[in-house]
Design a protein around this ligand. Structure first.
Ligand code: ZN
Length: 234
């Protein structure tokens, strides 16, 4: 049932949280892991083609593992939700009176008087008892329902698109300049991602941007160090 909003021009952001989280996570992971891989391999100073091949392998492996990981974790969340709802359904069948009292208690704790809480619990239970318990006792809502395929798709696609940024930078970089070019492009991409993610979730932009960029630079520095050590010792 479509809910009317008191401020349709300024909607709530909570309904975006599921796919937004998967998308930002996927994009951030894509940029950081593939740019770090490229910088790490380039620090070992191999032929430029080797760096590109490593980047392509990193992109496809990362996208698949991101999508698979998201699918598995969101599926287990959705399994848990379904099991809770089934348990609630059984409890409503076995002991409807106790469930009614439990629901009224939830409304009383939210500030209703005992009498009003019981009245509300009664009316909502008559209308849709399971719906009322799922929403008000389990805290589950359709807007937040776990959707494994959507989450897997969102994170796999955003990982690939984001990872293509440092990969293309490496591809078009002049010979011998792969590391500085990828570094600059990656920092710019991370700053954009941080700002976009913060804007989409109505969070403070500067803090989110600095956080994403610092972690990205740190990851690249560590892998570049490892790559350099490897290059020296081989
Ligand atoms: Zn219940």
């Amino acid at each position: 049932m479509a809910q009317t909003s008191a401020h349709p021009d300024d909607p709530h952001y909570i309904t975006r949280s599921g796919w937004l989280r998967a998308a930002v996570l996927g994009a951030n992971d894509g940029i950081v892991s593939v740019s770090s891989l490229i910088v790490g391999v380039a620090a070992a100073d191999p032929a430029p083609d080797t760096v590109i091949i490593a980047g392509i392998a990193g992109l496809s492996a990362g996208a698949m593992s991101m999508a698979a990981g998201e699918y598995v974790s969101v599926s287990s969340q959705s399994d848990t939700e379904r099991a809770d709802i089934a348990r609630e359904h059984a409890a409503l069948k076995e002991s409807p009176e106790e469930e009614l009292v439990e629901l009224a208690e939830i409304y009383r704790e939210r500030g209703l008087s005992e009498e009003t809480a019981l009245q509300v619990a009664r009316e909502l239970s008559t209308h849709d008892a399971l719906g009322a318990h799922v929403r008000d006792e389990l805290g589950l809502s359709e807007a937040l329902a776990a959707n494994p395929l959507q989450a897997a798709f969102a994170s796999g696609v955003t990982f690939s698109v984001a990872a293509a940024v440092p990969l293309l930078a490496a591809w078009f970089a002049p010979a011998g300049e792969i590391i500085p070019v990828v570094l600059v492009v990656t920092i710019a991409a991370l700053a954009t991602l941080g700002a976009l993610g913060a804007k989409a979730g109505a969070a403070p932009v500067l803090r989110a941007t600095v956080r994403v960029v610092l972690w990205g630079v740190f990851a690249m520095a560590v892998t570049a160090g490892v790559g350099w050590l490897f290059g020296v010792s081989v």
